[in-house]
Design a protein around this ligand. Structure first.
Ligand SMILES: [Zn+2]
Length: 275
């Protein structure tokens, strides 16, 4: 699933082109992708978008007149692209906006499951839709992070991924961040020393910024991730093999030498605990 660095790289790419011309035709949209029907998509036609914004893992396209917001959540497999006039695009995208001048914003989704969503709503409804989200991960800072951790009797990896607590980090960047901070994914959030909280806050910023910079240059997963999905590859810091552990329904990657004092973590899958 695209996380903050991936979404922010797309937002920066889309910001100028989507606001260059008014919308000529909104849609068609796949029936499973478009989540709202009032106002109809055609309400966008003739209006100009103010640009692209981002909140957590969602993209927002407000209209310049301030009356409507197009909200896009790509989920795991959705991808969004701007096609220049005349550029070849997908035949049946899940959603399309055509601009005067011929450019198009297209949303595609790989695989048979349609989980990505598009909502056309008022700014108030968009704000209500996003209300449950925690503060943005990038730039959170040690003080605010310390307050958040103190309130959460949780393990670090699952806490970092919880969008209601901190917005923008998923399982891939949680792996990268905890490795950079030299913290165990299973460490209790309330047990961190002030120094560890500062190191975690610094790792959140440095890793998300590293990811954003690489994604803006078009780097693929294999180059962007150094721990995530690198099972048994040597840790880039110490050379030990990267290990994996299952927790709930998630697979976590970590370096035992850098993060857990050499200890191997045991699976804590829900299914195992229930047995
Ligand atoms: Zn290591």
């Amino acid at each position: 699933m695209p996380e903050l660095p991936e979404m922010e790289a797309w937002r920066r790419q889309l910001d100028d082109p989507v606001s260059a011309f008014p919308i000529e035709q909104a849609g068609p949209a796949h029936i499973a992708t478009l989540k709202t029907f009032d106002p109809p998509l055609s309400a966008l036609e003739g209006r100009r978008l103010a640009g692209a914004e981002r909140r957590a893992k969602r993209l927002l396209f407000p209209t310049e007149d301030g009356e409507l917001v197009l909200l896009v959540h790509l989920m795991s497999a959705g991808r969004v692209r701007y096609l220049q006039a005349g550029e070849k695009g997908p035949k049946t995208p899940a959603f399309r906006l055509r601009f005067q001048g011929g450019g198009e914003l297209v949303l595609t989704e790989g695989g048979p499951k349609k989980r990505a969503g598009v909502w056309l709503v008022s700014p108030e409804a968009a704000a209500a839709e996003l209300e449950h989200l925690g503060p943005e991960a990038l730039g959170l800072g040690a003080d605010r992070l310390g307050e958040i951790l103190a309130e959460q009797p949780r393990r670090l990896h699952s806490l970092l991924r919880d969008q209601r607590v901190i917005a923008g980090i998923g399982r891939a960047w949680a792996n990268e961040i905890l490795h950079a901070a030299k913290l165990s994914p299973f460490a209790p959030a309330q047990g961190l020393s002030p120094v560890q909280v500062s190191e975690l806050a610094a790792a959140i910023d440095s890793e998300l910024e590293r990811g954003l910079e690489l994604r803006e240059r078009g780097a693929k997963d294999a180059k962007v991730y150094r721990v995530h999905n690198k099972l048994h590859e040597p840790c880039f810091v110490c050379g030990s093999p990267i290990e994996r552990v299952d927790f709930d329904e998630h697979t976590i990657f970590y370096c035992p030498t850098c993060q857990t004092g050499g200890r191997m973590l045991k699976d804590r899958r829900l299914s195992k605990l229930l047995r």
